[in-house]
Design a protein. Structure first.
Length: 113
């Protein structure tokens, strides 16, 4: 059974940082392209960052230069380092293996003073 479990969300002030984690069981993350998505209230879910099985990374324009996606193969865990956070980054963040329609339950990130 495949499980993706996100953690690391919370409340942070504008300009602050958070690191999200996505720990997988039942699959080996490193052989797949994995994504971080987010969904803000009353908005559509959007792709934030992607890491391919070859290690290439891609970012939404709104987070480029502020967010970094990475993977620790030994821990079978994917990360999203988020710096210089803005109120508009407030959302529920999900990790996903979209090709197989596997999604985590999400972790809430709230950026507010």
């Amino acid at each position: 059974q495949v499980q993706l479990v996100e953690s690391g969300g919370g409340l942070v002030q504008p300009g602050g940082s958070l690191r999200l984690s996505c720990t997988a069981s039942g699959i080996i993350l490193s052989i797949y392209t994995m994504d971080w998505y987010r969904q803000a209230p009353e908005k559509q879910r959007e792709l934030v960052a992607r890491i391919t099985n070859g290690g290439s990374t891609h970012y939404a324009g709104s987070v480029k230069g502020r967010f970094t996606i990475s993977r620790d193969n030994a821990k079978n865990t994917m990360y999203l380092q988020m710096n210089s956070l803005k109120p508009e980054d407030t959302a529920l963040y999900y990790c996903a293996l979209v090709a197989a329609d596997y999604w985590g339950q999400g972790t809430q990130v709230t950026v507010s003073s």
